[in-house]
Write a protein that binds this ligand. Structure first.
Ligand code: 4FV
Length: 256
């Protein structure tokens, strides 16, 4: 299944290298992912190719004009009328793993990147299917948000992550934070890898990892615990954790 992203932007050059490197670059080579940038300025019929103007009612900054965006969207949609149009904006619904997974079921997404104070409201009324935010802060443009969305969504496309990997195992998988990870050397300046991970005892290892994921989540993101579907075993582990919370996974005082 190939997934296609059309990106409407005033700065197509921003997408050249980030999306060509590493996993996403390979996914494009493997034909699992197709990314096309569309320069909104090419759809301005103004002799100076103006794409923004002052806000009606006064106020600071500039607003992106509706006409060039309308023409750019209609051109992108002309090739696939069923494509969903997403506007990246701080006023959108928060992007999270569940939303990324849902978007990955779409074959074709058109991403609109705003600049300046944003787009004329009629763009939203007439064209936008979904508004998404990557976080409660203000960027200079929607381009970086579009890249974050493409990265998070593409990881769900079969074959994008190595053959043995699936995004279903990640952090936030059933909304817990990931457990601590270690690799060689087993002793770094006296800081040793937890014995259980060297034991080869897979059930003990998976219990340790489950407990550490629960510990880290309960300490750093207790809000996620309310959404997690915890088993009886999890609740037992959580009790142990909350009981001995002063003790970290190394038996050392918790720094989390
Ligand atoms: C943003 C975000 C974001 C707002 C004004 C672009 C900027 C400028 N997009 N999640 N946070 N966009 O800050 O998605 O037009």
């Amino acid at each position: 299944m190939k997934m296609r992203f059309d990106i409407l932007t005033l700065f197509p050059g921003m997408f050249s290298s980030p999306l060509q490197e590493s996993i996403l670059g390979k996914a494009i080579e493997k034909g699992l992912l197709q990314i096309r940038t569309i320069n909104i300025r090419d759809y301005s019929q103004d002799k100076h190719q103006v794409v923004d103007d002052t806000p009606y009612g006064g106020g600071q900054g500039m607003v992106m004009k509706v006409e060039p965006i309308a023409r750019a969207i209609e051109s992108a949609k002309s090739q696939n009328p069923s494509a969903r149009i997403i506007y990246l904006t701080p006023q959108g619904k928060p992007l999270n793993q569940d939303l990324a997974r849902r978007l990955s079921t779409q074959l074709h997404l058109i991403l609109l990147c705003g600049r300046y104070e944003g787009v004329d409201e009629r763009v939203r009324e007439l064209f936008i299917d979904e508004e998404i935010s990557i976080g409660d802060y203000v960027l200079t443009g929607g381009e970086l948000a579009a890249m974050v969305l493409i990265d998070a969504v593409s990881r769900f496309i079969p074959g994008v992550l190595g053959s043995d990997r699936s995004a279903e195992e990640d952090s936030f998988f059933n909304s817990l934070l990931e457990y601590p990870q270690y690799t060689r050397p087993s002793d770094f300046r006296g800081s040793c890898v937890p014995e259980v991970l060297l034991s080869g005892n897979h059930s003990a290892i998976s219990e340790w990892r489950r407990k550490e994921a629960l510990r880290r989540t309960s300490l750093r993101r207790p809000d996620l615990l309310t959404k997690a579907n915890l088993s009886e075993e999890d609740r037992k582990l959580l009790k142990e954790i909350q009981h001995g919370n002063s003790i970290g996974h190394r038996g050392l005082p918790n720094t989390d």
